[in-house]
Ligand binder design. Structure first.
Ligand SMILES: Cc1cc2nc3c(=O)[nH]c(=O)nc-3n(C[C@H](O)[C@H](O)[C@H](O)COP(=O)(O)OP(=O)(O)OC[C@H]3O[C@@H](n4cnc5c(N)ncnc54)[C@H](O)[C@@H]3O)c2cc1C
Length: 326
C-alpha cells in the first residue's frame, strides 16, 4: 500500500472542501481499500464521508423513492418502503456480496465500484482502464466473464453492480453535490461505456459527491424482481442478470422496465425488449418473443459466446416470473 492521509468529515461543506483539494471519498471502504492494497488505486488523501447525513430513505412527493448515498446496502434492502415499492431493488441488493459486506457497503459506493476484470486488478497486466494506453489483456486472454455489450477495442470489462441494474431498469436519477452546486444526472448517463477512454467510468466531475439515488414514481400496480445467474449460488458476481418491472392493467402490459447485468460494460437497458412488451397481453409466447431482442448488438468474445443465449433465457425467465405463466 502507498502512504496516504486520512480525514473524517462530518458535514458536506468540509467533504466538498477536501474533495476540491483532490481528496478521495471513502464510504464503507469495502472495495476502495482492496484496490489500494493491490495498488490498483493510489489515492494520496482519503476523505471518510461515512458520518455525513446521507442515510435516509424517503418517499418523494410524487411517490418515488430517494435513497441516500450512505444508506447501507443491508438497510436499503430491508427498508419497508423499498420492499413494498420496488422489490427489484431489495432483491438485487440481497443477491449481492455477503451479509458482512452489505452491512458496511453503501449505495453510493456500490454504483461507483470498479470492474472485477482480473486484468484490471493485476497491476502487471495490460489494462487501458487502469493505465491508459497499455492495451487490453482481456481481449485475447481469459474473457469468459467479460462483457458482450457496450464493449470497445480498448475495454471489455463488465460493470459488476447488481443494484445498478435495477436502477438502470427503473430509470433512476443520481443526485450530485459539487463545488459548483447541486445537479442531477439520469442513471443512463451516469455510468459511461468505455469507448476509447475506459479509465473514465462515471459522469462525476472532480470533487463531486453522490448524495442520493432517486427512483421515479411508476404506475401501480407494479410487479418487479431481479434474477441473477452465477457460477455459484452465493457470494459471486453475475454471469447474467435481469431486472424487470411490469405494470399490467386490464390484462395489458402498460409499462415495462427491463435491464440486464453481467453482460454490459455498464448496466444494460433493454428498450427493444420493453418495446415488444408494451401494449401486449402477457403470454408465454410474448416472453419468448420479447427476450429474443435481449442480446441485440452483442459482440461476444472467444470465451463468452454462451452469454448470448444465457442472457436471452435469463430475461425470458424473469419476464415469466414477473408477468405470469409457466
Ligand atoms: C468479495 C466481494 C464480493 C462482492 N460481490 C458483489 C456482488 O455480488 N454484487 C454487487 O453489486 N457488489 C458486490 N461487491 C461490491 C460491493 O457491493 C462494494 O464493495 C460496495 O457496494 C462498495 O460500497 P462502499 O461504501 O464500501 O464503497 P467504498 O469502497 O467506500 O468506495 C467505493 C468507491 O466509491 C466512491 N464513493 C463512495 N461513496 C461515494 C459518494 N457518496 N460520492 C462519490 N463517490 C463515492 C469512492 O471514492 C470509491 O471510489 C462485492 C465486493 C466484495 C469485496
Amino acid at each position: 500500500m502507498h502512504p496516504f492521509s486520512y480525514t473524517r468529515v462530518s458535514d458536506t461543506r468540509a467533504a466538498l472542501d477536501a474533495g476540491r483539494r483532490g481528496g478521495r471519498y471513502i464510504a464503507g471502504g469495502t472495495t476502495l481499500v482492496d484496490l489500494m492494497r493491490e495498488t490498483v488505486e493510489r489515492p494520496r488523501a482519503l476523505v471518510d464521508i461515512s458520518a455525513l447525513p446521507l442515510r435516509e430513505v424517503t418517499v418523494t412527493r410524487r411517490g418515488g423513492l430517494r435513497i441516500g448515498a450512505l444508506v447501507r446496502m443491508a438497510e436499503a434492502a430491508a427498508h419497508p418502503r423499498v420492499r413494498a415499492l420496488y422489490p427489484v431493488i431489495s432483491q438485487a441488493l440481497e443477491l449481492s456480496a455477503s451479509a458482512q459486506l452489505r452491512n458496511m457497503a453503501t449505495i453510493g459506493g456500490n454504483i461507483m465500484q470498479r470492474t472485477r476484470c482480473s486484468y484490471f486488478r493485476d497491476v502487471t497486466a495490460a489494462c487501458n482502464k487502469r493505465e491508459p494506453g497499455t492495451g487490453c489483456a482481456a481481449l485475447h486472454g481469459v474473457n469468459r466473464t467479460h462483457a458482450i455489450l457496450g464493449t470497445s477495442d480498448d475495454c471489455v470489462a463488465t460493470h459488476p453492480s447488481d443494484v445498478a441494474v435495477a436502477f438502470a431498469a427503473l430509470e433512476a436519477t443520481v443526485h450530485l453535490l459539487g463545488p459548483a452546486g447541486e445537479r442531477t444526472v439520469p442513471f443512463a448517463d451516469f455510468l459511461l461505456e468505455p469507448g476509447s477512454t475506459p479509465s473514465r467510468e462515471q459522469a462525476l466531475r472532480p470533487g463531486e459527491l453522490i448524495t442520493a439515488v432517486e427512483i421515479p414514481a411508476l404506475p401501480r400496480p407494479l410487479k418487479s424482481g431481479y434474477l441473477k445467474v452465477r457460477d455459484r449460488q452465493s457470494y459471486e458476481f453475475a454471469l447474467t442478470s435481469a431486472a424487470v418491472a411490469l405494470h399490467i392493467r386490464g390484462g395489458v402490459i402498460r409499462e415495462a422496465k427491463v435491464a440486464a447485468g453481467g453482460v454490459g460494460t455498464v448496466p444494460w437497458k433493454l428498450p427493444a425488449v420493453e418495446g415488444r412488451l408494451i401494449g401486449q397481453r402477457p403470454s408465454d409466447a410474448l416472453w419468448t418473443t420479447a427476450a429474443e431482442r435481449a442480446a441485440d448488438g452483442a459482440r461476444p468474445l472467444p470465451h463468452n459466446r454462451f452469454k448470448v443465449e444465457l442472457l436471452r433465457r435469463t430475461v425470458e425467465r424473469q419476464l415469466r416470473v414477473i408477468g405470469g405463466g409457466k
